[in-house]
Write a protein that binds this ligand. Structure first.
Ligand SMILES: C[S@@+](CC[C@H](N)C(=O)[O-])C[C@H]1O[C@@H](n2cnc3c(N)ncnc32)[C@H](O)[C@@H]1O
Length: 223
């Protein structure tokens, strides 16, 4: 019988989520701190993996724009799409982190959703990242994200997602929590894509300060 890896960080006594949490922690700490490091890590990684200004980029769980402050100025007008469940995180990112001129010049678009309603964006993305999102979600919601994104994503697009990887299966909490820690095995992380019509490449270490591992997903072509 396979042994189970039980996360030491149980979701007890967690910091509050939502408005209360954002107020208490501030919009930078709410998304995990390492503001400059993880923002620039994402930007450099995406450029290295072929992102160009003409791509339609979707930042799934964009938070307070830790990556967005790099991506919005870089991308062509109208090509940054951000989704998060916390409206106020997006607002604070736009007000406090992004130089105001970029809002007019680049017209980023945002959708507030907790269940991945990607079809609310008019444009269909061909490049996406979910950075430190699946580290806070149970498997059911991760499947929803992959399933819905497959329906509203360019057939030749690229999607990157990060995870905390465990060597054996973890009994994760049943409910999502923005400050809870969820672990998945490499096989589970691959299967989130495969089960929903994606091909997957394990990239692994990408220099994340908390050792999150990154995976690349591409829409599986119908035969
Ligand atoms: C650790 S932060 C990472 C934010 C951003 N990707 C970054 O690198 O700064 C996790 C984010 O996921 C968002 N989130 C959690 N559950 C979500 C859901 N079901 N749908 C959309 N966003 C969600 C949180 O509000 C938070 O902004």
């Amino acid at each position: 019988m396979k042994s189970l890896f039980i996360s030491k960080k149980k979701n007890t006594a967690l910091l509050p989520q939502g408005e209360k949490g954002i107020k208490k922690m501030g919009h930078r700490n709410y998304v995990g701190g390492y503001w400059d490091e993880i923002g620039s890590l994402q930007f450099r990684f995406l450029l290295k993996n072929g992102l160009r200004p003409e791509d339609i980029f979707l930042d799934i769980a964009c938070g307070s724009l830790r990556a967005g402050v790099h991506l919005i100025p870089y991308l062509n007008k109208g090509n940054y799409l951000g989704m998060d469940k916390e409206k106020n995180l997006i607002k604070l990112g736009l007000e406090k982190e992004l130089e105001q001129k970029w809002i007019q010049l680049k017209e980023p678009t945002f959708v507030v959703s907790a269940n991945f309603k990607f079809q609310k964006f008019e444009k269909k993305p061909n490049f996406a990242i979910a950075q430190s999102l699946f580290t806070h979600l149970p498997s059911s919601l991760i499947h929803t994200c992959f399933r819905n994104l497959r329906e509203h994503f360019d057939e030749n697009g690229l999607f990157f997602a990060t995870y905390f990887i465990s060597p054996t299966r973890t009994i994760n909490p049943k409910e999502a929590h923005s400050h809870g820690i969820f672990h998945y095995t490499i096989e589970e992380a691959k299967n989130f894509g495969i089960a929903n019509g994606w091909d997957v490449d394990v990239i692994g270490d990408w220099g994340h300060p908390r050792n999150q591992q990154i995976f690349k997903y591409t829409p599986k072509k119908s035969e």
